[in-house]
Design a binder for this molecule. Sequence first.
Ligand SMILES: C[S@@+](CC[C@H](N)C(=O)[O-])C[C@H]1O[C@@H](n2cnc3c(N)ncnc32)[C@H](O)[C@@H]1O
Length: 201
Amino acid sequence: MDSNLQELRKKYPWPDERPDGKNHHRGWMSKNTKIALQLALDRNMNTTKGFVKGGIVLELGVFYGKSARWWLRRGFDHVICNDIFKAKWAGPTHYEDFLHSCWDVRDKFTPLKMPSQEALVEVARHEVPVDLVYIDACHDFNCASADIILAHRLFPNSFIVGDDWNFMGDAVEWTSWHCKFLYEVMIPCWWITNDRPQIAS
Ligand SMILES: C[S@@+](CC[C@H](N)C(=O)[O-])C[C@H]1O[C@@H](n2cnc3c(N)ncnc32)[C@H](O)[C@@H]1O
C-alpha cells in the first residue's frame, strides 16, 4: 500500500471491533450510472469495459458504500470514503451503519467523516496519489461548485468524475468556464476530459 495512504489510514483508523449497526445495501448505482462510469473509464483511463488494474479512488459522498464497492469491482485497490454521514435518507447511526456494512472490506476502504471540501484538502495534504475523484456529495450549486474547483486544483493528475448531472450540471458548466476545463456528459454522469492519466499496472 502507498505509504502516504498508510499515514492517512493511521490518522483515520477503523474501530478495533465491528460497531453495532444495520447492514445496508442501498445506494444510487443504477444501471445507467454503471454504464456511464464504465464509458468514462474506457475513454479517460484507456481501460477496456471499465476495468482498471489498481489505483486509489477518493469518493465524496459514499453513503453506505455501494458505489465505493463498485470501484473495487472495477479493479481499483482502495477507496477513501468521505461523507458527513448525516444523510437525510439515513438515520442517526449513519456512520456506525456504514462501518458495520463495509466491515468486510475495511482493508480497502478508509473512512473520512467530514465535509467534502475538508476531505479534499486533507487527502491532498497527505499527498495520497489519488487516481480518480468521484464527486457525489452535496448537490447544491455552491457546494458542488466548491467540490469541483477544489478537486480540479488539488488533484491535477486525477480523473474527476461525478454523478447526478441533473442536479450538478449548472455547477459543472460554471466551474468549467471558471477553471477552463472541458467535460463530457453521459447522463447521469459527467467527467472532466482535459487530463487523461494512465494507471501504472
Ligand atoms: C447521493 S448520496 C451518495 C450515494 C453514493 N455515492 C452511492 O452511489 O451509493 C450523497 C451522500 O453525500 C453526503 N453528503 C452530503 N453533503 C455532503 C458534504 N458536504 N460533504 C460530504 N458528504 C456529504 C450525504 O450524507 C450522502 O450520504
